[in-house]
Design a protein around this ligand. Sequence first.
Ligand SMILES: Nc1ncnc2c1ncn2[C@@H]1O[C@H](COP(=O)(O)OP(=O)(O)OP(=O)(O)O)[C@@H](O)[C@H]1O
Ligand SMILES: [Mg+2]
Length: 300
Amino acid sequence: MTDLAENQISTDSPLGEVAGDQSSMPSGSVALSARPEIIGGPPPGAATLEARDACAWFGDRLVLEGVDLVMPKGKVTALIGPSGCGKSTFLRLLNRMHELIPGAALDGEILLDGNDIYAVGTRAQQVRMRIGMVFQKPNPFPAMSIRENVLAGLKLARLKCDDKDTLVEQSLLRAGLWKEVRDRLDSPGGALSGGQQQRLCIARSLAVYPNVLLMDEPCSALDPTSTRRVEETIDELRGEVTVVIVTHNMQQAHRVSDLCAFFLAEENQPGFVVEQGDTLEMFSSPRDPRTLDYVEGRFG
Ligand SMILES: Nc1ncnc2c1ncn2[C@@H]1O[C@H](COP(=O)(O)OP(=O)(O)OP(=O)(O)O)[C@@H](O)[C@H]1O
Ligand SMILES: [Mg+2]
């Protein structure tokens, strides 16, 4: 595989069809227009992510075994399953965060539009720029202003953008937060509500225009209204970004995802995927009885 850094962003790439659908933009008087130029950023658009025979260890303990999963371009894929079955571990394999854990090891391939993100010569930082992540607990930089928070990822990756005002506005619009914060962009990020902080973290991830956004239980610390708002945001990102979301909330998986993968770890065994496929089909007529038991709340 070639170095991901070779894929430079084009200078005038529009956001695509989503940009044209301004009727569905709940938060903005300002329409999404052409995305600002970011020198050195990811190539434009969503990308397909594929795991082939992915395995993960902590020390000598195998915790995830033989995961084959395609997360198609522009779709929302939900990862469901009981606690401890390896969903977060799998998510961390997808953007090279697993390797940051001492003693952690992995096997298999993770392909981003066909290119192995673990190929020799591929830099983890470049991969993480293309595959962003939002965590369970909102983690904005509390003392930094809202504007600085949005631009933090850009700064960290040393990307250059000459039109930061537009970038901040577009990122907050895409995260569904613009309307609520446009008059206080210089206030600290820590002064926002939990739900707003989570959308600020989404805006921060979106500011580098990732091809994929990974979300690990992004609503588990939020109230129902904020949860709904984040779900609307995910819905608006569909088509534009590939989303992979871990959730314990079956209604949420049902509401937001196009595809679903059910992970399970049987006693003292590594986690694996029991079943995967179209979300509606998996919820209405799962092939495996364990999936039915799980989605109907009989265990986990
Ligand atoms: N840093 C770590 N060191 C050692 N073992 C770990 C580490 N992180 C996770 N594990 C183990 O790996 C297995 C999978 O954990 P993981 O966090 O991926 O599960 P999960 O499906 O995300 O669970 P939850 O739904 O509770 O978040 C578990 O047995 C867990 O104890
Ligand atoms: Mg987890």
